[in-house]
Design a protein around this ligand. Structure first.
Ligand code: NAD
Ligand code: IPM
Ligand code: MN
Length: 369
């Protein structure tokens, strides 16, 4: 049998820097654990625009559809700010999500004990935290029509985006959340703004329906998303799984990042429906962006991207034990006090570089054998 295929799209800014470290981790699993992948690398985002005039070529899109999993770094940056909207780097990522139909975006926020004092919140509030945000990823205001910028009648302009959800779109992401909850602490909190948006009313009713018909054993609550944002920083441990729409999920997951100490810590998995082979189409990527403020300086924290590969091991390749091994290696490195600059208090110690963090993770993997 051939090896599982992995398409790697490093992208822009710190994307290629953190992906270099992930490549070393992937090679380690090949050499030391007999887990070989057929790895192909390609361009996405600004890098693809520079080479081909588009943030994602049809050829790369086809490779992504064929791959057993896609691993993406990050896209975007100030260099591309003035580009036409249709060819902006971010459009490449959105096309991948939409055409692969990756409707369930899993964004776990876990506070490693070694970082509990580093969060901007008190240790008490974050220590032991382990929540999962399930963000709907292929619909809502990101994709709804009509959209655009048009002139109005008074010499001004109108910017339009449309929040739109169908029954099926809500039900399938709700099922993903309930399934995850059953394997965790059996609680789902659904967030919308049913008090001001019809799409929010539909969201709440459909999530409740899926619960009552298919998952009555899971504890379900509903919360307005603005209150949800407040509750996330007040007492995040009240949550287990949060399910929410595309835009609220984007914002709430950046917010949850600070519970873990840094945006450089948060991985994600974007999953579609199971295919004939039983596996979902899947794209794994850190939650953070291309971080233009630190790009090219060797300062980026590669952990979010490394943990995204751990999610690939778990969700695409049935290698839960190896994913545990990688996560434990990251935990050990943090417990040993190894820190990139984003994980340092202003007053203390000297940070390691992106490569230094990669070295430490590889050493911890070696020590795990
Ligand atoms: P960002 O996530 O790139 O950066 C926000 C802040 O977090 C910056 O101060 C950055 O230095 C820091 N940070 C992020 N990742 C880090 C890491 N791994 N290690 C250390 N520090 C890290 O968000 P932004 O600045 O709002 O966006 C920059 C560009 O990235 C934009 O073009 C945006 O559209 C794009 N973006 C892409 C993705 C993606 O590819 N999935 C996600 C978010 C933003
Ligand atoms: C994310 C990013 C993306 C989003 C952008 C870059 C398209 O912020 O993955 O969180 O808004 O979904
Ligand atoms: Mn985001």
């Amino acid at each position: 049998m051939s090896n599982p295929s992995l398409l790697i799209l490093p992208g822009d800014g710190i994307g290629p820097e953190v992906m270099t470290e992930v490549r070393r981790v992937i090679d380690w699993f090949g050499a030391k654990r007999g887990l070989a992948f057929d790895v192909t690398e390609d361009l996405v985002g600004g890098a693809a625009y520079d080479a081909h005039g588009t943030p994602l070529t049809d050829e790369t899109m086809a490779k992504a559809q064929e791959a057993d999993a896609v691993l993406l770094g990050a896209v975007g940056g100030p260099k591309y700010d003035e580009l036409d909207f249709s060819v902006k780097p971010e459009r490449g990522l959105l096309r991948l999500r939409k055409e692969m139909d990756l409707f369930a975006n899993l964004r776990p926020a876990q506070c490693f004990d070694a970082l509990a004092d580093f969060s901007s919140l008190k240790r008490d509030v974050v220590a032991g935290l382990d929540i999962m945000i399930v963000r709907e990823l292929t619909s809502g205001v990101y994709f709804g029509e009509p959209r655009g910028i048009t002139p109005d009648n008074e010499g001004g302009r109108i910017g339009v985006n449309t929040q739109r959800y169908t029954t099926d779109e809500i039900r399938r992401v709700a099922r993903a959340a309930f399934e995850l909850a059953r394997r965790r602490n059996n609680k789902v909190c659904s967030m919308e703004k049913a008090n001001v948006m019809e799409s929010g009313i539909l969201w709440r009713e459909e999530v409740q329906h899926v619960h009552d018909e298919e998952y009555p054993d899971v504890e379900l609550s509903h919360m307005y998303a603005d209150n949800g944002a407040m509750q996330l920083v007040r007492w995040p441990k009240q949550f287990d799984v949060i399910v929410t729409d595309n835009l609220f999920g984007d914002i709430l997951s950046d917010c949850a990042a600070m519970l873990t100490g840094s945006l450089g810590m948060l991985p994600s998995a974007s999953l579609g429906a199971p295919q004939e082979n039983g596996r979902p189409k899947a794209l794994y990527e850190p939650v953070h962006g291309s971080a233009p403020d630190i790009a090219g300086q060797g300062k980026a924290n590669p952990i979010a991207c490394v943990l995204s590969f751990a999610m690939a091991l778990r969700y695409s390749f049935d290698q839960g034990a190896e994913a545990d091994r990688l996560e434990a290696a990251v935990e050990k490195v943090l417990a040993d006090g190894v820190r990139t600059a984003d994980l340092m208090q202003a007053e203390g110690g000297s940070p390691v570089s992106t490569t230094g963090m990669g070295d430490a993770i590889l050493a911890a993997l070696d020590a795990s054998l």
